[in-house]
Design a protein around this ligand. Structure first.
Ligand SMILES: Cc1ncc(COP(=O)(O)O)c(C=O)c1O
Length: 383
């Protein structure tokens, strides 16, 4: 089906931060498959795990115990400080599980018409529940009737949340710690702890969608860990499998025991293959100390961008954390992503066409970081 407005390029090979197209042209990948290939393309350890597991066991089903899934469950809960986790196959599915948990939570409170507060300008996926949660009219348009039980408020606005405290149907708040698709929007430093306080005061679940921000992207395992805030429910996907599809919905405390046999499930989720690969991803990030590296490399890139692009009138803002950066331009420049491709750089334009989004891998070299900055400078200067 004609689901995507694709750029006219087809990549046939990748290694580290580099991609090659069918004509042999080389590109620096500063997009990482939209925050997926955090460890770069064809990381030797991940490729070895894939190969080994492909020759051992791919799939059995969740009718049986899966030791790799159990081990991954332990590891994921350790790095996320959560109690329990459910594995699916994508970000949207992880968020579906989170929304279903909020419904089960509502039952424990005898709330019959549960409402989840989500944010304007957010993105949570393309299934019916997750697009209903999403705060972007363009994504919802044409799919009405949507699930009506989401109230959208402005991101980074604690008063907007407080104004809903009298609504007895509210059971949860769901948000991204840094909005990704919305244009790399970083909230005020005390925003997440403010959300936590409001959730605690009202017995609302705090659901954090870390599908884009998680797994080392911002310099911590999960972006919220830069503060001392802990969500009740946490979703992850994208970089968890470095390209092998896997998603996770983790929960702690009162939210962790709501799913019981028969209540939720999936055929593929957490199969031996994807679980083993995700275990390997966690192991590589830890053993190669890549959280620190993500922080350092991100700071380096941000500093270079600020020093070099700061003089350009077209650049309004340079923001983000770790290896999740956004360059906001004064207006949308049609064809910009293609111009970058012409210059051998893969980026993505988001935030209503005005924000150049950079999600490079943690194996990007310092030389490549410099080339990324120089290319962005010359493209913006001439666009
Ligand atoms: C924050 C966030 N949530 C959910 C999703 C949906 O994930 P998926 O495309 O794997 O369903 C995305 C994907 O871009 C995302 O960035």
């Amino acid at each position: 089906m004609n689901a995507y407005a694709r750029l006219p390029v087809s990549f046939v090979r990748g290694e580290g931060a580099l991609l090659w197209d069918a004509n042999g042209k080389q590109y620096i990948d500063a997009l990482g498959g939209i925050a997926v290939t955090f460890l770069g393309h064809c990381h030797p350890t991940i490729s070895q795990t894939i190969s080994l597991q492909a020759n051992t066991l791919l799939h059995t089903s969740n009718l049986f115990h899966i030791s790799a899934q159990a081990k991954l469950g332990e590891e994921f809960c350790r790095i996320a400080s959560m109690d329990k986790v459910f594995f699916g196959n994508s970000g949207a599915e992880a968020n579906e599980a989170a929304i279903k948990i909020s419904r089960l939570y509502a039952r424990t409170k005898n709330v019959e018409q549960p409402v989840v507060i989500t944010m304007n300008n957010s993105f949570h996926g393309r299934t019916m529940a997750t697009l209903s949660a999403t705060g972007n009219e363009a994504i919802k348009s044409g799919f009405e009737p949507l699930l009506s039980d989401f109230i959208h408020v402005d991101f980074n606005d604690l008063d907007a949340l407080k104004a809903l405290q009298d609504n007895a149907n509210v059971v949860a708040v769901m948000l991204e710690p840094i909005q990704g698709e919305g244009g790399v929007i970083v909230p005020d430093p005390d925003y997440l702890s403010g959300v936590r306080e409001i959730c605690d005061a009202n017995n609302w679940l705090m659901i954090l969608d870390e599908i884009q921000t998680g797994m080392g992207r911002t310099g911590d395992w999960f972006a919220h860990q830069a503060s001392d805030v802990k969500p009740d429910v946490l979703t992850s996907a994208k970089a968890l499998g470095n390209g092998i599809p896997i998603g996770a919905c983790a929960a702690r405390g009162k939210a962790a025991d709501l799913i019981s046999p028969g209540v939720h499930g999936t055929t593929f989720g957490g199969n031996p293959f994807s679980s083993q690969v995700a275990l390997s991803v966690i192991d590589v990030i830890e053993s190669e100390q890549l959280l620190e590296k993500s922080k350092e490399l991100g700071q380096q890139l941000k500093k270079q961008l600020q020093q070099n692009l700061g003089t350009l009138d077209k650049v309004i803002d340079i923001r983000g954390r770790g290896l999740m950066l956004g360059i906001e331009l004064d207006k949308a420049y049609p064809g910009l992503a293609q111009t970058f491709l012409d210059h051998g750089l893969v980026v993505n334009i988001t935030g209503a066409g005005k924000v150049i989004r950079l999600l490079p891998s943690v194996v990007t070299t310092e030389k490549q970081i410099k080339t990324i900055t120089e290319t962005i400078y010359s493209v913006i200067e001439h666009v």
